[in-house]
Each structure stands twice: as C-alpha cells, then as structure tokens.
Design a protein around this ligand. Structure first.
Ligand code: SAM
Length: 186
C-alpha cells in the first residue's frame, strides 16, 4: 500500500505540474486508475500487503528449500522479487505472482537480468502448482489455512513449502527455526 501511495502521488504530481500532452495525461490517468484498483483489491480481500522478507530470513528460507539446479520454484506474492533472485542464483526456474502493480514493476526491474525468472501479474490462488519443487509463502495466518486446503493437496510428493512466519493449521512441519517453517509433501 505504501508503494501504491507513492506511485499515485508521483503520477498525480506529473499530471498536475508537468507540461504534458493530453494523450500522455490520459495514459497516466489510466495507470493511476490501475494503481487505485490494485490497492482497493488488496484492502477488499484483506490480502497480505507488501512487507519484504528480510535478507537474513531470505537466506534461511533458501537454505531450508535446498534448491537443486533446474527445479521449479514459486513465490506466492513475490513482492520485489528478492526470493526469486536468491532462488535463481541457486539454479532454479523461478516464478513469482504479484498483483500489486507498483510492486510488480519493482520486481520486473530487479529481476530483469535473470533469464530463469518469470514475474507475472496474476492472482496466486488461481495458478497450477503441480510441477512445483519449492513454494515460498509469506502470507497471513488465515491465508495459510486456505493454502493448506486448496494448494497443499495438489502438490507432488517431495515438494518443499517454506513459509515465513505463518504456519499451516494442521500439517506438521518438517523443521522450524524461528520464523522460518519447512513442510515437505509426502
Ligand atoms: C508479505 S509480501 C511478501 C513478498 C515476498 N514474497 C517476500 O517474502 O519478500 C506479500 C505479497 O503478496 C502480494 N499478494 C497478496 N495477495 C496476492 C494474490 N492473491 N495474488 C498475487 N499477489 C498477492 C502482495 O501484493 C505482497 O506484495
């Protein structure tokens, strides 16, 4: 929401104060509308906001994930793409879904030099994870309950789910250290 606010402020300032053509003003107004809509969507669905995982925790999540070259790694709500970058550096084919427009742009910019990273503007609840080897989550407690019900059952045997902070209600973790929790699908 903070990023949405800053981007909106920047767009409104440009439209108000910069000498721009009506066509550019229309384009910027449409962009502003998209930013407002993605903010409204976050609020309406009480979705996890963009709070990045600290680099210390990123390192721990990567260690827990034990990524091998060529594995499919997903980050559910990839934020600025930091987990995707760390996973790609381990040789993963990393995919991030993010629906907040400013956060998505940030992720696109940060990951542009990594050909094995894909960042898509999409709702992560609506994706297929049957080929996932590793899934990263930094969601909220109620969202982990939905994850357990809707995504966990579709995962193949051996998939590792590494959650920052929030556990699944019923599945027993394979390992937990501080805020980082590892699950392995059997
Ligand atoms: C707590 S942040 C975590 C960011 C990143 N995974 C990390 O650990 O640094 C959660 C992110 O999920 C995004 N998000 C929330 N619900 C989403 C959904 N249904 N589909 C796609 N992105 C979503 C938010 O915009 C936010 O950037």
């Amino acid at each position: 929401m903070v990023l949405e606010g800053l981007l909106l402020l920047a767009i409104v300032s440009v439209i108000t104060f910069a000498p721009i053509t009506p066509l550019v003003a229309t384009g910027l107004s449409l962009l502003a509308l998209c930013v407002i809509l993605s903010g409204v969507r976050l609020i309406m669905q009480m979705a996890p906001p963009f709070v990045p995982t600290t680099m210390r925790h990123v390192q721990k999540m990567i260690a827990f994930a034990d990524i091998r070259k060529g594995e499919h790694v997903y980050d559910l709500g990839c934020g600025d793409g930091r987990l995707l970058i760390a996973a790609a550096q381990k040789g993963a084919l990393a995919t991030g879904y993010e629906w907040s427009l400013p956060t998505l742009l940030l992720a696109k910019i940060r990951t542009r030099k990594y050909p094995t990273i894909t960042v898509r503007r999409a709702d992560f609840w609506e994706q297929d994870y049957r080929d996932a080897d590793v899934i990263f989550c930094y969601l909220l407690i109620d969202k982990m309950a939905i994850f357990e019900k809707e995504i966990w059952p579709m995962l193949k045997q051996g998939t590792r789910v590494v959650s920052h902070m929030f556990p699944m209600p019923a599945v027993k973790p394979a390992k937990r250290e501080g805020a980082v929790i590892l699950y392995v699908k059997h």
